[in-house]
Design a protein around this ligand. Structure first.
Ligand code: FMN
Length: 212
């Protein structure tokens, strides 16, 4: 059973975090999810999803599920369990990840629990998946992202695919979320694998697939 940390920072794309938490909560492989939301992250949850709750109410509002494995930690709690490398965590995702947080992580400047938990994940050589969202990107953004990649983070920009022909935003987002499951080493029953060309040949493959 795995313990995953999810941080929500103040970039656009709160729906990605919402769907990731929903599916992590339902995953038989995941025993617990620690969630941290930065203050700008809360602002974006309100702007984009009308979610304003705190504590357990936030878990319910975000996932729509009653029996939740989610526990929320204050971003100011630099002494939380996940702030220590001795706590056995199986990986962390920052989704969406602002360029501000990317800059902090790339510089090693740790000022809150999101930064600390991510810094610990890197130093312990565990899976750190960053889902940055900004456009366009200037050279400082790009250099910071490269530094983090070189330090071992997976950079998975919020760039959903369309080859599976999503018919709703939920389908579009969920396909992206299950690619994150792949990066976290978590099993799932959704096909995100491209099985070869289909259009024009009628031979192999399926529209449920996708190539990455
Ligand atoms: C509605 C809204 C949308 C935003 N979208 C982005 C974004 O897509 N990318 C980004 O890097 N910053 C975005 N920002 C700015 C960040 O919230 C800001 O830089 C903040 O300091 C990030 O802090 P945090 O990383 O601690 O959450 C947005 C802010 C607001 C209010």
């Amino acid at each position: 059973m795995k313990r995953i940390t999810v941080a929500i920072t103040g970039a656009s794309g709160a729906v990605y975090a919402q769907r990731l938490l929903y599916h992590l909560d339902r995953s038989a492989e995941v025993s617990h999810v620690h969630v941290i939301v930065s203050a700008p992250g809360r602002r974006v949850l309100l702007e984009e999803l009308d979610v304003a709750a705190t504590g357990d109410g936030l878990a319910r509002e975000l996932t729509g599920l009653d029996t939740s494995k989610l526990s929320f930690l204050p971003n100011s709690d630099i002494g939380a369990s996940i702030a220590s490398g001795s706590y056995p965590s199986d990986g962390m995702v920052i989704i969406p990840c602002s360029m501000s947080t990317i800059g902090a992580l790339a510089s090693g400047a740790v000022t809150n629990l999101v930064h600390r938990a991510a810094d610990v994940t890197l130093k312990e050589n565990r899976r750190l998946v960053l889902v940055p969202r900004e456009t366009p990107l200037h050279s400082i953004h790009l250099e910071n992202l490269l530094r983090l990649r070189n330090a071992g983070a997976m950079i998975v920009p919020a760039m959903p695919g369309f080859y599976h022909r999503p018919e709703s935003i939920e389908q579009l987002v969920d396909h992206f979320v299950f690619r994150l499951f792949d990066h976290l080493g978590l099993a799932h029953d959704r096909s995100t694998m491209w099985r070869g060309g289909v259009r024009g040949t009628g031979a192999e493959g399926s529209r449920e697939g996708g190539c990455e």
